[in-house]
Write a protein that binds this ligand. Sequence first.
Ligand code: PGA
Length: 252
Amino acid sequence: MKVIIVKDKQAMGKRSAQLIAEDMQKRTPYVLGLATGSTPLPLYKEFIAMNKAKDLDFSSVITFNLDEYVGLPPQHDQSYRYFMNTELFDHINIQKKNTFVPDGMAASPEDFCAHYEAMIKDVGGIDYQVLGIGSNGHIAFNEPGSSLASRTRVVPLTENTRKDNSRFFKSIHEVPTRAMTMGIGTILEARKIILLACGENKAEAVARALQGPVTAMVPASALQMHPDVTFVITEDAAPQLKTPYGSYFEKQ
Ligand code: PGA
């Protein structure tokens, strides 16, 4: 695993965009796995700037998002489809038909999850997966206790995550209770993975993910088993890291 410690969110966005852009030159069509939340926003800003400057072409890029709330339609301003359109897709030269977010309104969310897995396989798998991390160590909506071999599925949301996300809704009562999420096993099949984290509220989760035991109680710790993972984290998310033994550290 590589760990890149940067000064602030802007540097996190720039460094992660560079790494992904470099890999995007290697394959066409290129399959990107994307995440929502506040953490990847600096990365998406950078993607938009690079695309506008004609330094990065998304015309043959295919994207798969990690997760979506069950029960929110794409027009809902808290749905992850809406987030992706407004924060990234509407501003770059990607073909919308090549952007996939789980369908929160699917008649059978369970069947949809199996279909989503098949779609990822059909395009040859994900080349680069972008991840955030929850303060409890979750990745996507794989909460503590999720099987490390889990696949795309419907999950109940924990009170912790509903509380974290309630800041985006009028009240916690409006936060959906279920979501569809790629599983940890699904995520681990991506060729490369980049995890972004900023803020001191992520420091403990980052340390446990990188240097704690691999355990279902810290879903991000499963990344220790993947051969090509890079953490790009801000200084304030790094202080609980101990010896860099076994990892490649780059401090900017
Ligand atoms: P955040 O969420 O980027 O809004 O902090 C990350 C996550 O919960 O995965």
